[in-house]
Design a protein around this ligand. Structure first.
Ligand code: K7E
Ligand code: CUA
Length: 655
């Protein structure tokens, strides 16, 4: 395209909005797009004055969020000072003091997790999961390479939803599970070592978006397939989107094996579990089963799915499934015979409009489903679900919270907090008042707090447990725009710390925290619930521990050697070692230090090797010494006053 053909970007956006406006104008308020044999549900929304402009704004934001993003709501937040940290209640943690909570942040398409102290918002560490990491050698050492290869052999992932393992509905501090939206995977992070210890590449699924553990005791890790695809995806039906399907999956938290899947109509988005181990509630969009944005936003409602876990288990046990790529796939589509009796395995609940999040409140009474393209949050009465024959009767409330509701969190004092993507606000509202109010009422709203800008997830302390701690919440804003020093066209996200205290009108913005792309969600655990080890226990890993006396070179074959060496302050177990050109070198290193935080690094620059060996850990790398010469090995972690001198040499003799 030549320069003079290039169009003004504003014209492009305007044309796009106009197109969406036209599409949305066609949406009839009545349930017109159900087929005759589907239950017709009246979507009577008294008091819900939803005009076309709301729809248009929401629709445009769904596709072109940047264009509209929160420009109208940049008046200073209640109590915030407009930018700098620390104007509100003390969130600063004095030098040398510890935070009270761990925050675990998903890193989005960076593939990593980040650990942040709350309330200081200080970043404590990063945990590579689906990415490789040259600071630690994750993805470079033999063990971590194997983990990534067996976990699908991709070089990146897109983690959205971190979940802490639970016992009796409370965080037990053992594991964190996180999805990979990009490649349909679920990973497990060991929270005693803060390291990834398992990755499952789930068969039959192209994207796993929603992810949660089955409360109260982490019986399963549950995942939602967002992208519909042929099943199996082996070349059949490529041009027949009607035959595509979306899957819900259960993974065993111990073996990390895929146990079963359920196929459904429409596509799935976010999932959360009830607190009693029976229901998992999944939001959904694209009931149209379209493949373009215009088609996906046509319907007035989409079907939220309530998965009846014991009923699904029963179907699997009865052999009512088709096995696809080794996984039992149960049919949970509307037409399925398993959905016709008095105990359907999946209940379909029509909900306005392309609803995004599902979060189950702390006592397990309600699932809160944010409307995204509808300005409402739908409250689903989970206990009623098993009793009503028409699941739409289980809707207990539907307050109008504002434009672009995406996610909801809880303080344990009867309040819900919903992020409003389009309004760039957080709405605090009263849960009981919303049950009592009419559908579409704004009466339950207690206050709104401006955030900067366009929030996605929002999390309060321990909000996903049965006993939230309240006090603080973090709002994860997609855009920071003018909040930080400009760093070129791409600005950081902005995770904002909000004090929510105990009172009614109590929200106060106290800190901005820039974040590298792109956190989606986070979860917080009190520090007493996490028991991090200070050094490795060799019994916890498979590598053979190298004693100081074991350092040496052992020829294992005509063209292979095993080099063993320890590390300690401030030397490697071998000042030098010799191999032959063409040798396959297996280098095993144990850090014999027993003091926390004394880590040594092993870098062999020309051989593209660098990895960390934490105290009492053992790591191996394997490579071919194909270039003769002298190669300095140096320690990459500053470990002592003589760190610079901590060196060794690899001598590669010409063949
Ligand atoms: Cu809303 Cu992937 Cu949870 Cu992003 S998701 S915001
Ligand atoms: Cu060991 Cu620096």
């Amino acid at each position: 395209m030549s320069t003079d053909e290039r169009r003004d970007p504003n014209d492009v956006i305007e044309e796009y909005e106009q197109r969406l406006d036209d599409v949305l104008a066609e949406v009839e308020p009545a349930p017109d797009d159900r087929t005759a044999d589907e239950p017709v549900v009246s979507l009577d929304l008294p008091g819900l004055s939803l005009n076309r402009r709301d729809f248009m704004k929401a629709g445009a934001a769904a596709g072109a969020m940047g264009a509209l993003a929160g420009c109208s709501n940049i008046t200073g937040g209640g109590g915030g000072d407009g930018g700098a940290s620390g104007s509100g209640p003390g969130h600063k943690v004095a030098p040398g003091e510890h935070d009270e909570y761990y925050g675990f942040w998903s890193g989005g398409h960076s593939g990593e997790l980040r650990v942040v102290g709350i309330p200081s918002m200080r970043e404590l560490t990063r945990i590579p999961v689906f990415n490789t990491d040259c600071a630690t050698g994750y993805g470079y050492t033999d063990g971590s390479k194997e983990l990534l290869e067996e976990g699908g052999d991709y070089t990146w992932g897109d983690n959205h939803h971190p979940n802490l393992s639970e016992t009796d509905g409370d965080y037990d501090g053992e594991f964190l599970f996180v999805n990979d939206k990009a490649n349909g995977r679920i990973a497990r992070v060991n929270l005693t070592y803060f390291e990834t210890d398992a990755i499952t590449d789930v068969p039959n699924m192209q994207a796993i978006h929603g992810c949660c553990v089955l409360s109260p005791d982490t019986k399963y890790v549950l995942g939602n397939g967002e992208f519909r695809a042929p099943l199996p995806n082996d070349g059949r039906d490529v041009d027949n989107p009607d035959a595509y399907t979306s899957l819900f999956v259960a993974v065993d938290p111990e073996s990390m094996e895929t146990l079963w899947q359920v196929k459904v109509d429409g596509n799935l988005d976010i999932v959360d579990s009830g607190k009693e181990g029976r229901w998992a509630i999944a939001s959904a969009y694209n009931s149209e089963e379209a493949t373009s944005i215009t088609g996906m936003t046509k319907n007035d409602r989409d079907d939220v799915k309530a998965f009846d876990i014991p009923a699904i288990e029963q179907a699997v046990e009865n052999g009512d499934y088709e096995e696809v790529n080794g996984v039992p796939v149960v049919d949970g589509t509307k037409e399925s015979s398993l959905n016709q009796g008095d105990r359907p395995i999946v209940k379909y609940i029509p909900t306005p409009k392309s609803p995004h999040c599902v979060e189950v409140g702390p006592n397990g009474d309600y699932a809160f489903i944010a409307g995204k393209l509808s300005p409402t949050v739908t409250m689903l009465d989970i206990n009623a679900l098993s009793e009503v024959s028409d699941p739409s009767e289980a809707v207990a409330g539907r307050p109008r919270v504002g434009l672009g509701p995406l996610h909801t969190t809880f303080d344990g004092n009867g309040h819900a907090y919903t992020s409003l993507f389009i309004d760039s606000q957080v709405a605090k509202w009263d849960i009981q008042a919303a049950v009592e109010a009419e559908t579409g009422s704004e009466d339950p709203i207690i206050e709104k707090q401006d955030v900067h800008y366009n929030p996605g997830h929002i999390q309060a302390l321990e909000a996903m447990s049965t006993d939230p701690d309240g006090e603080w919440l973090v709002c994860l804003n997609k855009l920071s725009k003018d909040r930080f020093l400009p760093v070129g066209p791409t600005m950081p996200d902005n995770d904002q710390l909000i004090h929510i205290g105990q009172g009614e009108k109590s929200m106060e913005l106290v800190a901005d925290h820039p974040a590298y792309p792109e956190p989606h969600d986070c979860v917080f655990a009190h520090r007493d619930k996490i028991d991090a080890k200070k050094v490795y226990d060799p019994a916890d890993y498979e590598e053979t521990y190298i004693e100081e006396a074991d350092s040496g070179v052992e020829r294992t074959g005509e063209n292979s050697v095993h080099v063993k060496m320890i590390t300690k302050r401030s030397e490697f177990g071998l000042p030098d070692f010799t191999v032959q050109e063409g040798d396959e070198v297996t280098l095993t290193t144990t850090n014999i230090e027993s003091v926390q935080d004394i880590v040594h690094g092993v870098a062999i620059p020309q051989y593209d090797i660098n990895y960390a060996v934490p105290p009492q850990d053992t790591e191996t790398v394997t490579f071919t010494a194909d270039e003769p010469g002298v190669y300095w090995i140096y320690c990459t972690f500053f470990c002592s006053a003589l760190h610079l001198e901590m060196r060794s040499r690899m001598l590669v003799e010409p063949a």
